[in-house]
Write a protein that binds this ligand. Sequence first.
Ligand code: NAP
Ligand code: GCO
Length: 267
Amino acid sequence: MDFNMDMFRLDGKVALVTGAVYGIGFEIARSLAAAGATIVFNNLSQQSVDEGISKYQAAGIEAKGYVCDVTDEEAVQSMVKQIKAEVGSIDILVNNAGIIKRTPMTEMSAGDFRQVVDVDLTAPFIVAKAVIPDMIEKGAGKIINICSMMSELGRETVSAYASAKGGLKMLTKNIASEYGQYNIQCNGIGPGYIATPQTAPLRELQEDGERHPFDQFIVGRTPAARWGETSDLAGPSVFLASPASDFVNGHILYVDGGILAYIGKQP
Ligand code: NAP
Ligand code: GCO
């Protein structure tokens, strides 16, 4: 195919973005819609799904929302079947839903560790497993797993999250390896530090009005010298969801302002 900008269009495609009521998922869904995709999303409660539908409508997007816990395989299988019946089979899957628990490892319960791995790693497996058969039948599909800088690096208190996101990097590569022959591309996006509710505790102003020490640390460690915004993920998401990336497979695209490339300023 000769290059033209239509390679970045998603018209006629159905995109499922999990946990996309706000934060990174909502922004990714909005960017895919702007490229022509039909958006479906899920969240944990009818209230949050209804809030999401209103937000999409306010953005001019007629999205359909489903109540579904991505860790519940039966519920996921049922949701995917319902989407196929009501909207159409899923062409693009963005495994976005995720949680984090910041606890020193020796103080973290095995249950909490398992819960983070369940949502951040097992659930992307469950949802991808549910959508791949229809993608094979269609002869094409795009899967984007939202990884993290913690797919590459660790830090204090995020042992469960880093373990899950490191596993998600390898799940991404394995799906790419196993299903690339069916014209399914599976890639990851590894956001750096993005300003969302998930990172709000790391950016809270101190009682003396000073910026959070972690906020100052991250800005100092990032060549772009700022936190990422959810809008920074829009272009990379459209690229990986579109025909423009049909020969990109098993790649983790880090959208991190350069932090993973940078050793840090000499004190
Ligand atoms: P967020 O603000 O915490 O939003 C996460 C969303 O996932 C929420 O809507 C949440 O629902 C939903 N969710 C959680 N567990 C779920 C489940 N079991 N089933 C269905 N939905 C579920 O997170 P974010 O910052 O936008 O991050 C989105 C993704 O990017 C996550 O995978 C995160 O690990 C990753 N990420 C974030 C950053 C960052 O700096 N923010 C950087 C790298 C990667 P509720 O509203 O009910 O809680
Ligand atoms: C943390 C942050 C990070 C970001 C992101 C970085 O506590 O270190 O929450 O984990 O969410 O994953 O890429």
